[in-house]
Design a protein around this ligand. Structure first.
Ligand code: NAP
Length: 257
């Protein structure tokens, strides 16, 4: 337990189940004393989220499919009415069609390209725009990315390109929102076995490389990402914006493995 986020209201977007990175972040935020608000994409995940949060005090759940502008508008309108001010946002959302996450990148369809960009990168822009009026005391916006944005990672394909756009968006949003003391950063997480990750062909063999070759000789956990998220959401990181922090057991520091 710590008090790094005591008195702060944090919106968490992207909990599908207890394996989600967003859930690891939520647990770390709770241990740091935060008040949490969650979104869910559709009814399918509502019951998961209701079960996960059943024992937590003062939790609110709002629907938000980030492909729907009206959902994003309604989300921040309702949070504004219910809470007035928020201090942080965790954007832990991405999607690409399974068939685009294998084989050659040049086979990416126009529709698949647009879909991956829309959900995985543009959504951060729209969310930041509508969240801004509620971050009256300044704030911290955080998103999740992967090394496939910086390097060509086999099978990551269209998602790697979407993550590059996301990381670039972090820098532009940081420039826009910095004067309002709203910081925008990303965490580049190592591979973690989640629903989304299992859509990438050959995901299991990536985990094996981690165990054998990266500096810490293991994969990272949701909770390790969560602890870095608490740092980025808290006063402790007040001088950091437009940054990408690798929580990947040191993989990014290595040459070709
Ligand atoms: P996850 O548990 O499957 O979470 C992905 C979330 O995105 C789900 O809650 C999903 O909701 C949501 N989502 C997809 N489309 C959406 C939409 N249109 N509107 C609203 N929400 C939508 O997988 P995860 O691995 O924790 O992924 C979280 C983030 O971490 C992603 O950005 C991912 O790229 C990133 N990341 C993951 C890894 C890894 O190895 N796992 C590594 C680095 C970065 P539904 O379930 O309802 O579709």
């Amino acid at each position: 337990m710590n008090t790094l986020l005591k008195g702060k209201t944090i919106l968490i977007m992207g909990v599908a189940n207890k394996w989600s990175i967003a859930w690891g972040i939520a647990e770390a935020c709770l241990d740091a004393g935060a008040n949490l608000i969650f979104t869910y994409q559709g009814e399918r995940n509502l019951s998961n989220l209701q079960k996960l949060t059943a024992d937590l005090p003062n939790i609110s759940l709002y629907k938000c499919d980030v492909t729907e502008d009206q959902d994003i508008i309604d989300l921040f309108h309702n949070i504004g009415n219910d809470y007035g001010t928020i201090h942080g946002i965790v954007h832990s959302i991405a999607f690409a069609k399974k068939e685009e996450l294998e084989g050659a990148y040049y086979n990416t369809s126009r529709e698949g390209y647009h879909l991956a960009q829309d959900i995985s990168a543009y959504s951060l822009v729209a969310v930041s725009r509508h969240a801004r009026p509620l971050m009256k005391d300044g704030g911290s916006i955080l998103t999740l990315t992967y090394i496939g944005a910086e390097r060509a990672v086999q099978n990551y394909n269209v998602m790697g390109v979407a993550k590059s756009a996301l990381e670039s968006s972090v820098r532009y949003l940081a420039a826009d929102l910095g004067p309002e003391n709203i910081r925008v950063n990303s965490i580049s997480a190592g591979p973690i076995k989640t629903l989304a990750a299992q859509g990438v062909k050959g995901f299991g063999s990536i985990l094996k490389v981690y165990e054998e070759k990266v500096p810490l000789r293991r994969a990272v956990t949701q909770r390790e990402v969560g602890d870095t998220a608490v740092f980025l959401l808290s006063h402790m990181s007040r001088g950091i914006t437009g940054e990408n922090i690798h929580v990947d057991a040191g993989f990014h520091a290595m040459g070709l493995l």
